[in-house]
Design a protein around this ligand. Structure first.
Ligand SMILES: Cc1cc2nc3c(=O)[nH]c(=O)nc-3n(C[C@H](O)[C@H](O)[C@H](O)COP(=O)(O)OP(=O)(O)OC[C@H]3O[C@@H](n4cnc5c(N)ncnc54)[C@H](O)[C@@H]3O)c2cc1C
Length: 384
């Protein structure tokens, strides 16, 4: 990408003000580039608001993708510090247990792999599990594990802080502005985008970032690109504020070998977030929570594991879509077909926001491809 060929500072339009677009815009503005962020709705109200927001690399494969998430996890403290203020970053590790012998074998195997990759995780005895979190009613325990380094974050606060930081460095944020197309011109044997068309008019640009979450594929199609991205249903539930449920754990996972799987975290203000279902793999059917019956069933199951939830009420049901690239890995970088169009679509966008914001901005600002991101280019899907 020769954005800097003219010596001018390129104007970058970032489409999407979720956690990914906001993080990229924050760093681009700090590179001194003129930035316009465009969102069809309000910032952070889409997938990012629904997210369970567990920062981790616990179940990420293959190794390079595990390392990418691990690196981002390790960057979160610095990112939060740069954002300033309190973004609700909460550390304390992830705790889970297995209920069957098969589940115990699977857990032991995964823990061994993760330890070999340098992830601080250990197996716990049932007594250690009980000691760590005395408020749990576990049922049968065949194995348990604890990671030291996992955490979670308040995504709404991250988006607000990132956009405020971008604006303080000159960025413009246009909300309620829907992108409807791209004005393109030939660029050698490639194309380039010269203007982003919106329902409020056209915005001239030198580069465009598509960070539109599950809508990234539809937008990319308007620029002539095929992006293999699907989405699954996602849902999280929020209770009223409650006294602390956990002694120190940030994220609790009930057995992966018993239905329903529950993912539970407590926010700094005491509200408890419940997520029923698995964590966004390629073959997932999505979260529980499509119907009120499913919402009630998730709360009832959570109460069985955590009797302190007996009087909890569900105050908010958040429903949305999770963006899932066809092979489960992020789609990141400038594209060969449209030279100045940068894609940023991924699951685990909360974990990855710290790294992706920094490295995507670096690639856009300098035009230099970061080798760490080489496995995630769109062109990997081309078989010919
Ligand atoms: C239930 C659930 C649980 C999850 N759990 C985790 C987890 O524990 N850890 C983790 O790391 N990740 C998790 N994720 C995934 C993570 O939340 C997402 O990867 C991340 O939020 C994606 O952010 P984004 O900014 O790419 O997309 P979004 O937040 O969807 O933002 C995209 C923005 O683009 C805008 N947009 C779309 N079309 C247009 C258009 N035409 N014009 C202008 N703007 C447009 C939208 O309005 C939206 O604001 C979870 C997701 C879900 C749903």
């Amino acid at each position: 990408m020769e954005l800097h060929a003219t010596g001018q500072r390129p104007h970058v339009v970032v489409v999407g003000a979720g956690i990914v677009g906001a993080a990229i815009a924050f760093h681009l503005a700090h590179w001194g580039l003129p930035v316009t962020v465009v969102d069809a709705g309000a910032p952070g109200q889409a997938t990012t608001a629904v997210s369970f927001a567990w920062i981790n690399s616990r179940d990420k494969n293959p190794r390079h993708y595990h390392d990418l998430n691990r690196r981002s996890l390790d960057m979160w403290d610095r990112f939060a510090r740069r954002l300033g203020g309190d973004v609700g970053l909460t550390w304390g590790g992830e705790l889970r247990w297995a209920a069957t012998e098969a589940g115990a074998v699977e857990m032991a195997n995964r823990v061994a792999v993760l330890q070999g990759w340098g992830y601080p995780i250990r197996l716990l005895s049932p007594a250690e599990l009980k000691e760590r979190e005395p408020n749990l009613t576990t049922g049968p325990v065949t194995a348990a594990s604890f990671t030291e380094i996992d955490g979670h974050v308040e995504t709404a606060r991250v988006v607000a802080a990132a956009l405020a930081g971008a604006e303080a460095h000159g960025a413009r944020v246009l909300t309620q502005t829907r992108v409807t197309g791209f004005r393109r011109s030939p660029h050698g044997d490639q194309q380039r985008v010269d203007g982003v068309q919106t329902d409020q008019g056209e915005i001239p640009c030198d580069a465009v970032v598509l960070a539109a979450g599950p809508d990234t594929a539809a937008l990319a199609a308007l620029a002539g690109l095929t992006v293999p991205l699907k989405h699954t249903f996602g849902c999280t539930l929020l209770t009223n504020p409650l006294p602390p449920l956990f002694r120190s754990t940030a994220v609790l996972h009930t057995p992966r070998d018993a239905d329903p799987m529950l993912n539970i975290r407590q926010l700094p203000d005491g509200r408890v977030m419940l997520h029923g279902g698995a964590h966004g793999g390629i073959y997932d059917e999505g979260s529980l929570g499509r119907t009120e019956e499913e919402v009630t069933a998730v709360l009832a199951a959570a109460r069985r594991y955590l009797p302190l939830l007996a009087d909890a009420e569900i105050q908010e049901v958040r429903r949305g879509r999770r963006p899932i690239p066809e092979d489960g890995l992020p789609i990141l970088g400038f594209t060969q077909a449209v030279a100045n169009l940068y894609l940023a679509a991924m699951h685990s966008g909360v974990t990855l926001a710290a790294l992706v914001g920094e490295l995507a901005a670096l690639e856009i600002a300098t035009g230099r491809p970061v080798d760490l991101l080489a496995p995630y280019r769109l062109e990997r899907f081309q078989t010919t």
